[in-house]
Design a protein. Structure first.
Length: 362
């Protein structure tokens, strides 16, 4: 049996650090926006290399707040991709703005800058490139288009903590960027959590206010806000885990490279030359995906599909007005992709077992 992820195994490797961190919080008795959140925000901003990091309740809320801080709302359009977590589009639509979708490249599976210009209208305010499966989108042409049309860029880094583009970490290129600390992400809490990063002091200030009722001090709301706070327990846990992130990402890269070397009957993921991917997921493609998935299940190996229904075919977002065939690359991917187990704590044996099960599918 190879499970799709194994968070207990990871906890056991860092048990003393996690237990010390949670005990510290319980002993202090401060649970919301205290010293652990402030320290994590500083450490995470240093890790990504931005001036500010703002800890919030989830990746979805991080994106919602990032867009609100840019005053994006009703009447505006925000461009993103159809093959992403529904959260990306949920956050756009929560502001009252509309999501406009742009197809992805067949090699990187990230936004196709060549198709971006035709998605821009006079209502467009921002572009959200999604660094899918741990690999950066090709940011240079996106940033250039954004400058030309005076659009904001908000990077969705929810699957790409530590990934690089042209030698710098993703999250440092846009006007702001968001991260999720959902437990299975490359940097995961033991509950929900998220962060927004930016170098813009004014934007950061608005984000701090929006995450807590628009307060800069109790009890005066300077702007309209929400409640989306990272809590002290999660922050203390994330501080302990952040120290391991680079070593975990390296382990993910090592297992991904081994899969790619061993697999010879399916299309492996392609690492683009412009950056270093951190393999949040290892996603292969096969024209007989469903049969392959059943075969893997019969071999005792868990697989998953990220994502079986692209955004433009989600019932909740029928309002966007798209149909099957509007995004040929994303449509094809939805039928072909399969995620194999990939996490730092896999063993060499497990990787071999998974690869030979894939190879054994005839
Ligand atoms: C996980 C994820 C999110 C949302 O994060 P939550 O913390 O679950 O709200 C947003 N975008 C992408 C690409 C994700 O993978």
């Amino acid at each position: 049996m190879v499970p799709f992820f194994n968070l207990t195994k990871q906890y056991n490797t860092i048990k003393s650090e996690i237990d010390e961190a949670t005990a510290r919080v319980m002993k202090k008795g401060c649970f919301i926006l205290g010293p652990e959140v402030a320290a994590f925000e500083k450490e995470f901003s240093e890790y990504i290399d931005t001036k500010y990091a703002i800890g919030v309740g989830s990746g979805t809320e991080a994106l919602h707040i990032a867009l609100l801080a840019l005053s994006i709302g009703t009447g505006d359009e925000v461009i993103t991709v159809p093959n992403t977590a529904v959260a990306t589009v949920a956050a756009i639509e929560l502001t009252g703005a509309h999501a406009v979708l742009c197809d992805v490249r067949a090699d990187s599976l990230t936004i196709d800058a060549n198709k971006l210009a035709s998605a821009i209208t006079r209502r467009t305010r921002a572009i959200i490139p999604v660094h899918l499966f741990g690999q950066s989108a090709d940011l240079d042409p996106i940033l250039e288009l954004a400058r030309k049309h005076k659009l904001f860029v908000v990077e969705d880094c929810a699957q790409a903590h530590g990934a690089t583009y042209q030698g710098k970490r993703v999250g440092t290129y846009g006007d702001s960027a968001i991260f999720s600390f959902y437990p299975t992400k490359n940097l995961g809490a033991y509950g929900d959590g998220g962060a927004i990063v930016t170098n813009n002091a004014q934007l950061a200030k608005r984000m701090y206010l929006i995450r807590q009722y628009g307060w800069s001090e109790r009890y005066t709301s300077h702007i309209k806000g929400i409640n989306s706070r990272l809590d002290e327990l999660q922050a203390a846990i994330l501080r302990a885990k952040l120290r391991h992130l680079d070593e975990w990402n390296e382990a993910r890269r090592k297992w991904a490279a081994l899969y790619t070397k061993l697999l010879h009957t399916v299309t492996p993921p392609r690492e683009m030359p412009y950056g270093k991917a951190v393999y949040h997921l290892y996603v292969i493609q096969s024209p007989r995906r469903d049969q392959l998935a059943s075969h893997m299940k019969a071999c005792g190996i868990a697989t998953a599909i990220h994502y079986p229904v692209p955004i433009h075919l989600q019932p909740a977002y029928a309002n966007l007005g798209y149909r099957v065939g509007d995004f040929p690359v994303a449509d094809k991917l939805a039928g072909d992709i399969l995620s194999l187990p990939l996490y730092p704590e896999l063993s060499l044996d497990e990787v071999r077992v998974v690869a030979s099960a894939v190879n054994g599918f005839a």
